[in-house]
Design a protein around this ligand. Structure first.
Ligand code: 4NP
Length: 153
């Protein structure tokens, strides 16, 4: 069974969208996978996603209004085979948080999109609603690439 954890800073904007896009894409190809998302920071723990993330997911037919933010924990590094960071800062924070014996494979979301390796999914939190459409496009592309990668394993 594949398992993927998407991680951003607050777990209220980008990683819930990545989780939703990936969950949706995986179900359309019948890929059996456990998916979750978390934040490197804990300020928003327990909260629903940002209303702008809920709105953009709804625009694509997906309800994320019942998701709840949580912070990354040490056990995530053994529970998930793949931990996918939304930006480079999240990735370096994950590397610092990883227990010494951690086995999870770490990558960036856009590493899974040919030609966009190493790029960040930009943080839309301080911008306007249009930024969330860009986030959706980026995480959807990442989800498709990640599915191709998992299917090839
Ligand atoms: P996210 O966006 O990491 O995509 O969930 C953010 C959410 C909250 C904050 C920053 C980014 N914040 O500073 O509270």
């Amino acid at each position: 069974m594949h398992s993927v954890l998407f991680v951003c800073l607050g777990n209220i904007c980008r990683s819930p969208l990545a989780e939703a896009a990936f969950r949706h894409a995986a179900s359309t190809v019948n890929l059996d996978v456990t998916v979750d998302s978390a934040g490197t920071g804990g300020w928003h723990s327990g909260r629903a996603p940002d209303p702008r993330s809920i709105a953009v997911a709804a625009k694509h037919g997906i309800d994320i209004s019942r998701y709840h933010a949580r912070q990354v924990k040490a056990l995530d590094f053994s529970w998930f085979k793949h931990i996918v960071a939304l930006d480079g800062q999240n990735l370096s924070d994950l590397k610092s948080l990883a227990p010494a014996q951690a086995k999870a494979h770490l990558s960036l979301c856009l590493d899974h999109v040919p030609g966009r390796e190493g790029q960040d999914v930009a943080d839309p939190y301080y911008g306007d609603a249009d930024g969330f459409d860009v986030t959706w496009a980026d995480v959807s592309a990442g989800a498709q690439g990640l599915i191709r990668f998992l299917q090839s394993q």
